[in-house]
Design a protein around this ligand. Sequence first.
Ligand SMILES: CC(C)(COP(=O)(O)OP(=O)(O)OC[C@H]1O[C@@H](n2cnc3c(N)ncnc32)[C@H](O)[C@@H]1OP(=O)(O)O)[C@@H](O)C(=O)NCCC(=O)NCCS
Length: 138
Amino acid sequence: MISTREFVIDDYDAAVALWNLLKGIEVAEGDSREEIGAYLLRNPGLSRVAEENGAMVGAVLCGHDGRRGLIYHLAVAPAYQGKGIGKLLVGECIAQLRDAGIVRALILVARDNSSAHSFWLQSGWEDVPGALLMGIDL
Ligand SMILES: CC(C)(COP(=O)(O)OP(=O)(O)OC[C@H]1O[C@@H](n2cnc3c(N)ncnc32)[C@H](O)[C@@H]1OP(=O)(O)O)[C@@H](O)C(=O)NCCC(=O)NCCS
């Protein structure tokens, strides 16, 4: 029996273990316990976990800047993939973003993660032609 709930900071270690297990997710700057704690406080209830018997089987970070929603690090444990858990978690993120008045969300997918790209396309997300992702370390 899979259940979902808010991602709280006590989930940090299990989430990092899951993210590190999966190809396609890079634990990077912004992902320290302190930074994730601040992110969860800033975006209460938007990040989600899925559990079976109290063990984490899926996780996702979600937030918004008041204009765009952003989803990060969607992960489902290998033995639980293909059972609708990813879709469930993303659906909860989208519902929370809608409740917050956000009308568009973005996801960053690693260029070599064709499996995740297919998942997002299958889930109704679209490529953003003409957009070029850029960044800077602050
Ligand atoms: C991507 C991921 C989160 C999908 O989670 P999941 O629980 O396996 O996906 P679901 O079972 O909820 O699938 C939902 C729908 O997407 C489809 N789907 C799932 N994976 C897919 C894939 N790789 N390609 C195309 N469609 C896919 C399912 O068939 C299902 O379709 P339906 O709604 O018509 O039944 C999971 O495979 C994962 O953790 N991958 C590794 C980490 C990763 O790459 N994360 C994404 C970072 S951007």
